[in-house]
Write a protein that binds this ligand. Structure first.
Ligand SMILES: [Zn+2]
Length: 429
């Protein structure tokens, strides 16, 4: 028990039988002084390890992380019950991208006092295109597993970490693994989700925590993933945790963030971020006027994604939080590799036979394929949605007009006569 107490961040919500009136809590192990101490040590060393030459600027780099969602279900048709739809999953990816790029619709509601510290974290997430053997996934970013329903059984973080995760994890240096399960109990309470903090093992003076690679990633219940604002599925109908912020919060832990209130004092910087004002308590629901610390010049920052407020209430990461998460991606084992993973982008064996130009492009794109006979193409946006599809006219070259399409990252998929699939990343600017 002690081991995971210090190595994971756990979040839960308490659901009583009378689910509408229950006392709800977002997160569990926030009283751990030991954890806080370790993270302090981690960040101290991360700061040293992560120093980049002064002529290198990384602030403008957008880091992109490929996701694989392992969906465990009871054999229901796709889109029903625990066998959640791709659309529900893609709505979650959309929320992550909005929140981490500060494109969330409710960013305008950030209190004026905090607008200047609110940050575009510069991290994006996309569904993996290929499985670990290099085969194209039938559903981008999704692997489904049918399991048996056992009456009375529920998952705990111990059974997940011991059994389910090690048996199903894909290389955590190439994929960010997210397990979607039907039940979760943390300390005998119904849980929302939990995340594993960045591994500390390569850092001086810290104990090895063996086996962590086999459990690295995030776990979330099937009815807490995605946003009801974006996808109309019955399991997301009930709030207040139905807008996808559970995973935003957990991703913060995965990338090394603590809660702003973790110091439980008006005089301690609980999360090592000076721009999240110290506070001595967590917050629920959405009371914007709350000011726990009378010595603070500002209200408590209850809109921070790392507090416990309702999904609709949350709307910012700060500059300091953004820097810390980016630093973790630059130096931490199994985090730094993710940003250069190509599982979502290209089939290496075909790379030399394809030309796509100009790329980035503003409107016209030419695709040339040699050594295979193209028969059809599809264009997907970063959420995995098909935005265009057509058969390939005769010849080896194709001209596409992309004018009018939103700027951003796209994936071009070309099917060949021999059954091959060629994927290329296309940027419209
Ligand atoms: Zn938390």
């Amino acid at each position: 028990m002690k081991k995971w107490l210090t190595s994971v961040g756990l979040c839960w919500v308490v659901l009583s039988a009378a689910a509408q009136q229950e006392e709800e809590m977002r997160c569990g192990l926030y009283h751990s002084a030991e954890l806080r101490q370790k993270m302090a040590y981690f960040f101290e060393h991360v700061e040293k390890l992560g120093q980049v030459p002064s002529n290198t600027r990384t602030e403008n780099i957008i880091y992109r992380i490929p996701l694989i969602f392992h969906v465990f279900h009871y054999g229901e048709p796709i889109g029903t019950g625990t066998n959640i739809s791709a659309a529900q999953i893609y709505s979650q990816i959309e929320v992550l991208n909005e929140d981490f790029r500060r494109l969330n619709a409710n960013r305008t509601e950030t209190l004026p006092e905090f607008q200047s510290v609110a940050a575009d974290v510069g991290i994006e997430f996309y569904p993996a295109a290929y499985d670990s053997a290099g085969r194209l996934l039938p559903e981008r970013g999704i692997r489904r597993y049918q399991i048996q329903r056992i009456p009375g059984f529920f998952w705990t973080n111990e059974t997940l970490d011991r059994d389910l995760k090690p048996q199903t994890i894909w290389d955590p240096t190439r994929y960010l693994n997210i397990w979607v399960i039907d039940s979760l109990r943390l300390n005998n309470r119904v849980g929302l989700a939990y995340a594993q903090f960045p591994d500390l093992s390569s850092l001086q003076g810290l104990p090895q925590q063996g086996g962590l690679a086999l459990t690295d990633g995030l776990v979330i219940r099937y009815n807490r993933i995605g946003s009801f604002e974006k996808v109309n599925v019955p399991q997301l109908a009930r709030g207040p945790y139905n807008l996808g912020r559970t995973l935003t919060h957990e991703m913060g832990h995965f990338l090394g963030l603590l809660h702003p209130f973790d110091g439980y004092s008006c005089n301690t910087d609980g999360d090592f971020c000076p721009d999240t004002p110290p506070t001595n308590a967590e917050n629920f629901r959405c009371n914007l006027n709350v000011r726990y610390c009378s010595n603070s010049p500002t209200p408590t920052m209850i809109q921070n994604y790392m507090d416990f407020t309702d999904d609709f209430c949350m709307n910012l990461f700060t500059q300091c939080q953004a820097q810390r998460m980016r630093r973790v991606l630059e130096v931490s084992p199994r985090r730094r590799e993710l940003v250069t993973s190509t599982v979502g982008l290209e089939a290496e064996e075909l790379r030399a036979e394809v030309r796509v130009y100009p790329n980035p492009t503003r409107e016209n794109l030419t695709v040339e394929i040699y050594g295979a006979q193209p028969i059809a193409y599809r264009l997907y946006d970063i959420w995995g949605r098909e935005v265009e599809a057509a058969n390939w006219a005769a010849g080896y070259a194709l001209s596409l007009s992309l004018s009018g399409k939103p700027k951003g990252l796209y994936l071009l998929q070309v099917n060949t006569l021999g059954g091959g699939v060629i994927m290329r990343r296309v940027v419209i600017e």
